[in-house]
Ligand binder design. Sequence first.
Ligand code: ASP
Length: 376
Amino acid sequence: MKVCKFGGSSLCNAEQFQKVRKIIKSDPFRRYVVVSAPGKRFTEDQKITDALYECYETASNAKNTELIFSRICDRYDKIIKDLGLKLSLEDAYKTILRHLHTGVNCDYIVSRGEYLCGRIMAAYLEYDFVDAAELIVFNGDGSLNAEKTNSRIGEVLKNHYHAVIPGFYGIGENQKIVTFSRGGSDITGALIAKGVCADIYENWTDVPGVLTASPSLIPNADKVDFMRYSELFQLSRLGADVFHTDAIAPLKEAGIPTSIRNTNSPDQSGTMICKEIPESLKSQPLFCGLAAEIGDGTSTEKVLLHLVGCQLSLILSDVLCALRKAGIDPLFMEDRTNDWVFGIKRQQITEASVAVYTSLVKNRNRRSINEQTKAK
Ligand code: ASP
């Protein structure tokens, strides 16, 4: 069975909802669907979550929220209308407005983005709607109560063969809604996958997968086909924002393979993240990602260039050669658990990244050509 989470860009309008429905209905194993709040439809657009934060701020300053709140409702109503659904969220809007004016907590207001989106998606897929407040439990200090959450998910969802669950929030002390940090629907999805012992967790987004280099260093970098959880964790820590760092642990603990896929090209394979890369594929991902980290704070002159991956020892001499050819002498290098780290002068980071990336990509090709030759 599969748990699928769809991000805000996959839900920004009715057209995106249609793509999601097609994906879900094309595979009977896709039984649990976790949704974010609708994201931006175009560059200058506002994410619903951002609009809700603005709404809360406006209400806290005793200013009129009518305009901004009606903009939010209009977006949901347009999706409902464009999908041809017979669904009214009027009661839900009234409840939110009432809470907004009686000084409810901010987390409640911003969580309504996912709540309303989940209601629409459940109606559209004809799946049960299960409120995340029934499943995700937070402690009094705002941390997740992982044990209670896991058992609630198992208990509640066993009564729902199919369900849509809003991401990003759960219930805390005194029945108050509590949210994760931004992008937290990934965590909800991971917890649901763990709680129902899913075979696969699919995280649907708007990029082809995890990229082999941060776009600030290498625009148009390839995606990685396979990687380990530890490598994804390292890349997320270094700024890759395709997956929430806190979503990794529950999946790793439960050993659930995670697939990062693109809603806009569902036939592409995306990136698969597992505990271990299958033996037969070990020769493929020579590296997973290249990312830069500003030094340890003691020096503003130094940047750490991380080469996250599994088999860098095999190609280290090529990397050093590429750097030297580009006239770059690493200040130091270190073999860490998941990656090689090179100290590079700040002004040389772009040239260093390009030189290293080019040599790695070349190597990958050369390696597969060698292997093809061997196989013949
Ligand atoms: N809607 C929330 C955000 O914008 C949570 C999420 O999308 O995962 O951060």
